[in-house]
Design a protein around this ligand. Sequence first.
Ligand SMILES: [Zn+2]
Length: 183
Amino acid sequence: MHVRTLTGCLAAALLSLPLLSGQAVAAGSPAAARVITYDASGSAEFRSAVDQGAAIWNESVEGAELRPVPAGQRADIRILADDGWPRALPTSLGRGTVWIGRQAVDEGYNTVRISSHELGHILGLPDRKPGPCSSLMSGSSAGVPCTNPYPNAAEKAEVEDNFAGAAGSPSAVAGPVPVLVED
Ligand SMILES: [Zn+2]
């Protein structure tokens, strides 16, 4: 009951956004991307890889834009480094926590691919394993030699759908159920 009520409020709030941005859209800009802030201050030696992973998503999709959080503000995504396996805990679409785990890095997995893969979970994508290197969400199943950090066409389209639906569909607003996704 609680969740349903909250979701309804969020949907109502998001539905009003197109009205506010109507002028920009009329002027010929693409539909406004949802800005998602991330805090990579806890990502230690992986900070540059995390920034590259975010930049890859920004050049790959229109519906969401990842930006470093301004100082003093609370980020939508927290990105941390630790000694475990890389994982993500999406709490809602575009929000959650990512761990860039050194265990996979020590085994030789590419840090930029790990970063964009984990950000993919926060953008609503599930793992697609086993899968080829051309798939970002195939994760570690593509093997250590795979360094591809780019989502394929289907993965890009799925993220676009997730964020396009966010304005109109309560279920899309709610996004992924908070479940820890390893790798
Ligand atoms: Zn994964």
